[in-house]
Design a protein around this ligand. Structure first.
Ligand code: ADP
Length: 409
């Protein structure tokens, strides 16, 4: 499967300073280091290091030759990398003695991706080819639209999150890969369990990969939810964790590998990246990942009750319509009485009260963050009786659902 990554290339200028410069002040810096960066560049390198061929499309400035060189050195195809008149996108980063930083970004060449250029590049790709996007170049809405018309497999990493992401039509996407912060901004949900339900109900066709830092990741599609722990490493620099994960994931999908294997390999690759300094240079090759993977241990920092509560929440979120204490107990491998007591101990509530609370919270989230009709929200939340739902909702939120949607939205 052909892979195109249409994304950014940046130059990061890192200045070591005694202190971060104040308004009106001039200081002399101690050291300047220059690094290649940009999510686009990092992810292309990660795809290539994962063992897949990738075309990187994007714009570099007349000062961006080092970026072209590093992409090429890492085996990325740069046939669609265009040099434009003007400065490359870059970041000016001050790092003080304590390691805190202050950054400003100039998008430069990354904002010079025009519709004509996009058309020219996409002419070379066809149905079912993969196109990967992040949010650091201009006209991503146009790229999504055109790639969708061509029936390409569109994978989006909505990072950094801003209103350009909100304006995209998610129905055109095949995959979305996002971290906890981006997931909360997009869905309004504060827990991964709520996110799972949100995506399953709002975009049933979309395959979602939610990364949770050292807590691992979750794959969600219409029929399944698959969890993968992160691997235990000494975290040195988490800069390119997500980019490494994305690159390995995309490579695995292009080779039609099994999802569980892809998640495991991508998690191992990003754990290795986290254990090293730097962005692109910290991304391991596939051989390194294969050699290390058996020696890596899952990071089970969560204690037993957190894991249990997670399982209970997951069960409820996935079974709003027909959740029962008996079924949950069966899934956990305990008796119903023991499970009921356990829920009381962990949540302070009986199973049925806890289920009501979760259903109601879910309905409130859907009212705020989607345009779904009240009827379908009620159905998705598992209420058979509409007046019962309205009564419970009013008790909890002090308003009927429509008023709540109007006033709080
Ligand atoms: P982003 O870098 O986009 O914020 P995450 O922080 O969620 O993304 O990290 C992506 C993946 O990298 C995680 O799902 C996990 O597999 C791995 N990872 C991140 N932080 C750590 C860590 N401290 N230890 C081990 N693996 C990590």
């Amino acid at each position: 499967m052909k892979i195109l990554n249409f994304g950014s290339c940046n130059i990061d200028f890192v200045y070591s300073v005694d202190h971060i410069v104040r308004s009106g002040e001039t200081i002399t810096t101690n050291k300047l280091e220059t690094f290649p960066g940009g999510k686009g560049l990092n992810q292309s390198i990660a795809i290539s290091k994962a063992g897949s061929n990738v075309f990187h499309a994007g714009c570099i400035g007349t000062d961006g030759k080092m970026l072209k060189d590093i992409l090429q050195k890492n085996g990325v195809d740069i046939s669609y990398l265009k040099t434009v008149e003007g400065k490359n996108g870059h970041a000016i980063i001050q790092v003080n003695k304590e390691g805190s930083n202050s950054i400003f970004l100039y998008p430069g060449s990354n904002e010079m991706v025009t519709k004509d250029f996009i058309d020219t590049v996409l002419n070379n790709f066809e149905k079912d080819n993969i196109i990967l996007l992040q949010n650091e170049i201009s006209n991503i809405d146009y790229i999504v639209k055109k790639a969708y018309e061509k029936e390409m497999c569109i994978m989006l990493n909505p990072s950094p999150f801003n209103e350009k992401i909100t304006n995209l039509d998610f129905k055109m996407l095949s995959y979305i890969l996002l971290n906890e912060v981006e997931a909360e901004e997009i869905t309004g949900c504060t827990s991964s369990e709520e996110c799972i339900v949100y995506f399953k109900n709002t975009y049933p066709h979309l395959k979602v990969i939610l990364t949770l830092g050292e807590k691992g990741c979750i794959y969600i599609d219409k029929n399944s939810v698959i969890r993968q722990s992160a691997f235990k490493v000494k975290a040195v620099d988490t800069t390119a964790a997500g980019d490494t994960f994305t690159g390995y994931f995309v490579s695995g999908i292009s080779k039609k590998e099994n999802i569980k294997d892809i998640l495991k390999t991508a998690s191992a690759a990003s754990a290795i990246a986290v254990s090293r300094n730097g962005a692109a240079p910290s991304i391991p090759s596939k051989d390194e990942v294969i050699n290390c993977i058996e020696g890596l241990k899952p990071n089970d920092t969560n204690n037993k009750s957190e894991i249990l509560l997670g399982k209970i929440e997951a069960y409820i979120s996935e079974n709003f319509k027909n959740a029962s204490l008996k079924d949950l107990a069966l899934k956990l491998g305990y008796s119903s009485v023991y499970t009921g007591n356990l829920i009381k101990k962990l949540t302070g509530k009986s199973f049925s009260k806890y289920l009501q609370q979760k259903r109601c919270q879910y309905a409130a989230k859907m009212l705020l963050n989607t345009d779904l009709s009240i009827e379908s929200i009620i159905e998705n939340a598992g209420y058979e009786n509409e007046s019962f739902f309205r009564k419970i909702f009013k008790e909890k939120y002090g308003k009927n659902p429509l008023e709540y949607r109007k006033e709080v939205k």
